[in-house]
Ligand binder design. Sequence first.
Ligand code: SAH
Length: 462
Amino acid sequence: MSKQNKPEAPVEKNELIETTIEDLTHEGHGVGRVEGYALFIPYALPGERIQAKVIKTKKGYGFGKLITVLEESSERTEKPCPIYVKCGGCQLQHMTYEAQLHYKHKQVKDAFERIGGLNEAVVRDTIGMEDPWRYRNKAQVPIGVKEDGRLKAGFYQKRTHNIIDMDECIIQQKENDGAVQQVKDIASRFGMSAYDEESGRGFLRHVVTRYAPTTGQLMIVVITNGKKIPDEQAFIEAVRNEVKDTASIVQNVNTKRTNVIFGEKTKTLWGEDYIYDHIGGVKFAISARSFYQVNPVQTKTLYDKALEYADLRGHETVIDAYCGIGTISLFLAEKARQVYGVEVVPQAVSDAKRNAQLNHFDNVTFAAGKAEEVMPWWVKANDLRPDVVVVDPPRKGCDEQLLDTMLEVAPERIVYVSCNPATLARDLKHLVEGGYEVVEAQPVDMFPQTTHVEVATKLVKK
Ligand code: SAH
């Protein structure tokens, strides 16, 4: 839309308006209209007649705050978390789970049509969880100080850097929740100070915990502003004795004035550098800095789908681009002749190699580098001709050079795993224009209660 066509706001800031919600944005905000002018209203649901207060107006659209629901949608439900609105980590708790799954399906379908021009593509119903709570295997919690001087562990209040004290997070596995609280209490007892972003002073910045449900192992990472933990041995003993399931205690030092969580130096204080988890029949070693999917139940669902779409018979050469610690690669290796994985983070690549050894796979090769540079090189120098290419890029999608390399080597099948429907649709358009057909797409609800969705898509050469 050109600037001239954008309507001026027919409403003013602080004005109370009534509207009927038509749609949800990809951030989960309700969309209502006043004389055609769009207002985005968080926590309002499609079909609802609501009263809202205008918060902000721009040319073309504005924002409102939900004041009263006048006619309630049948998709509305009680939000179970007491800090839901303050925290902002979840966006859809006020919506029934069934409606969340529909909304995610629609989000993918809309992106396919609007961005990808893929009006005919089959998008399956979202696969949800039987129990869409307590699924996260990793907690990453900032530490602050309460008025009584004791430490608090919580979340940043939406759009601020104020830490909200939190007793529990109900999308977090219980083991993580408990561990964060215990480590915080132990640190308080040891007189550790909380890091203060404003002044750059104070010691404990974050507590990160990761739980592996299949082995019952817990990793605890303390991120500190400085090396020396006061009374270190006693602190380690206390954590070991008091926090059930602790298998590894790690310190990461971050002395930078930044809101990036991890610093460069990581040291194991006690136990192994890794904890172990299984997805399906494959065992993974996970270190403090490894990327590892946060929802183990749905990761298995998603990878099974990727494997089904890869349709391997045992004779195939497969490339897994953006392979992380080799999770999808090893899933595929059971069924393929040879798998090549490429990943830009060198530490993840050494984890991937270790994971291949751990599972006695000798048909997987990993390389560190950018997928868009390594894959063309594999093709040229090694004359690698993949039958199947699997990609699982970050939110910004695939590099165009990688897409073009794929078109050039023309594998029979491409499996595209994505955490962002918009960039997925953009990239699919490119692949379709280059001679591929989208067979189908399967949304998987990896992050219940939030607006995020993962999608596996199968493409075949026309
Ligand atoms: N497939 C893995 C990881 C997916 S996350 C899993 O399911 O666990 C995306 C990964 O892409 C991250 O590990 C990130 O480090 C990596 N990455 C980002 N840009 C990249 C690039 N240009 N080339 C290769 N890997 C990249």
